[in-house]
Design a protein around this ligand. Structure first.
Ligand code: ADP
Ligand code: MG
Length: 382
C-alpha cells in the first residue's frame, strides 16, 4: 500500500483526492458530517504540504443529474471544516485554479460506475497526484476509485484508508487473544464468508440480530414470523456443522425478546428458549444472553463487532445492541466496529469515540476480512 509520505514533494501540485462524502442531508444541509471529518487529517496534511486539492466524491444514486444529488451542501460544510473557501466545479473540462476545488457528484458522469476508461483519462488529466481516502468505496471498481489510478503518475492511500486497512489486517493477522467476533444484522448470506474466516481465526463468535433466525431454523426450531433469510439457512447449517455446535466457537442467544409486530407499539415478551410461536418474531436478544455476551466481551482482548444485535432503531429492541456498545466502549483492549448500521448505532448511543476503531466502510471491511480483493486497494498496492 503506497502511503501519503511516498508522494514526496507536492508543493504547488494539484492532488485529486477521492473522498467518501456520501453523507446524510436534512433540509439541504449536511445532517451528520462524521464521515467527512474522518478525511480531514489527509486533507489538512496535503494542504500543509502546499498542495492544491481537487476533491472527488459520489453522492447517492442519481439516475440523471437531479439537483437533490448535488454536492453543493457538502462543499459548503467542507469549507467550514477546512476553514477555507471550497469552489464547486460542475464541468470536468473547466476546473478553476483555486486552492480547494470540489468536483460535482462524480456519479453525474455516466462512466463512473462502469469504470469507463475515457472518464478515468479525463480525471487523470486533472491532476498529477491521486490520493484515495474513500475506503468505503474501495470494494467497487469505479473510474474514480480504480480506473484512474494507473493513469496518474503518483498515487497513494490517504491516512483514513491506511488506518482502516491496517486495523483490519492487525486483528486478522496478530490479534491479542482471546479474539471475539460479534456478528449481527440482517443477512447471513452477505456475511457467511466473514463468519467462515472467524471460525478459523477468532476464539469465540457471538450471533445476534436477524441473523440468529437462520441459525435457529438450521437447528430445527420454529421461528414464527421472525425475519428470516431462507437462503441463509443452509449457510448457517454448514457453519454450525463445521463448528461442531454447541462444542465450538459459535454462541447463539439463550433467550430472546419477541414481539407481535415490528414497532414501538408492539406487545413484547421474553422467550426463554428458541421456539418462537406463530404470530411472534424475535427482535432482540434477552437479558440472560445480554449478560453472557457482555461477559464474553470483558473476557476478550480483541473484539470485532458487525451488525446490530436487534432492531435497535426501536427503543423496545435496542437493549442488546446498547449493552454490546457500552461494553465495547468501556473495554481497554482493541475494539473495532465495522458496519454501516452498527456504526450508526454506536453514534446514536454517543459511543463512537470510545472504541479503538469505527470503520467508515462496512462492506469494504467485510470484504477485507473475507479475503476478497478490493480493487481500490489493489490499485494502490505495489
Ligand atoms: P450492518 O450495516 O451493521 O452490517 P446490517 O445491514 O446487516 O448491519 O443489518 C442492520 C439491520 O438489521 C438494522 O436495520 C436492524 O434493525 C436489523 N435487525 C437487527 N436485528 C433484527 C431482528 N432480530 N429482526 C429484524 N431486523 C433486525
Ligand atoms: Mg447495513
Amino acid at each position: 500500500m503506497r502511503t501519503l509520505d511516498s508522494l514526496g514533494e507536492v508543493e504547488g501540485k494539484r492532488v485529486l483526492v477521492r473522498v467518501d462524502f456520501n453523507v446524510p442531508l436534512l433540509d439541504g444541509r449536511v445532517r451528520d458530517d462524521a464521515r467527512m471529518r474522518r478525511a480531514l487529517p489527509t486533507l489538512m496534511q496535503l494542504r500543509e504540504r502546499g498542495a492544491k486539492l481537487l476533491l472527488v466524491s459520489h453522492f447517492g444514486r442519481p439516475k440523471d443529474q437531479e439537483p437533490e444529488f448535488s454536492l453543493a451542501p457538502v462543499a459548503e460544510r467542507t469549507a467550514k471544516l477546512l476553514g477555507t473557501e471550497v469552489v464547486l466545479a460542475e464541468d470536468l473540462d473547466d476546473i478553476p485554479d483555486e486552492d480547494v476545488v470540489m468536483l460535482e457528484n462524480i456519479r453525474f458522469q455516466p462512466g463512473e460506475t462502469k469504470n469507463d476508461r475515457e472518464l478515468a483519462k479525463r480525471l487523470a488529466a486533472l491532476a498529477d497526484y491521486y490520493v484515495n481516502d474513500a475506503f468505503g468505496t474501495s470494494h467497487r471498481a469505479h473510474a474514480s476509485t480504480e480506473g484512474v489510478v494507473a493513469l496518474v503518475e503518483h498515487s497513494a492511500v490517504g491516512l483514513l484508508f491506511q488506518s482502516e486497512v491496517e486495523t483490519i489486517r492487525m486483528i486478522m493477522n496478530e490479534p491479542e487473544r482471546p479474539f471475539l467476533a460479534i456478528m449481527g444484522g440482517a443477512k447471513v448470506t452477505e456475511k457467511i464468508g466473514v463468519i467462515g474466516r472467524f471460525l478459523d481465526l477468532a476464539d469465540t463468535i457471538l450471533i445476534g440480530g436477524a441473523m440468529t433466525t437462520p441459525f435457529l431454523r438450521a437447528l430445527g426450531h420454529s421461528t414464527g414470523d421472525s425475519l428470516c433469510e431462507d437462503e441463509g439457512i443452509e449457510d448457517a447449517r454448514q457453519a454450525l456443522e463445521r463448528d461442531r455446535y454447541p462444542d465450538g466457537k459459535l454462541i447463539l442467544p439463550e433467550d430472546l425478546v419477541i414481539a407481535d409486530r415490528f414497532g414501538d407499539d408492539a406487545e413484547v415478551q421474553i422467550l426463554d428458549g428458541h421456539d418462537i410461536p406463530d404470530g411472534w418474531m424475535q427482535l432482540d436478544i434477552g437479558s440472560r444472553a445480554r449478560t453472557r455476551y457482555v461477559a464474553e466481551i470483558r473476557k476478550a482482548q480483541t473484539i470485532f463487532w458487525n451488525g446490530p444485535i436487534g432492531a435497535y432503531e426501536h427503543k423496545s429492541f435496542a437493549a442488546g445492541s446498547l449493552a454490546i456498545a457500552q461494553a465495547m466502549a468501556a473495554h481497554h483492549g482493541t475494539t473495532v466496529v465495522g458496519g454501516g448500521d452498527s456504526g450508526a448505532a454506536m453514534r446514536e448511543f454517543g459511543l463512537a469515540d470510545s472504541v479503538t476503531h469505527l470503520s467508515t466502510g462496512g462492506g469494504a471491511s467485510l470484504k477485507l476480512i473475507e479475503g476478497s480483493s478490493l480493487p481500490g486497494l489493489d490499485a494502490l498496492t505495489n
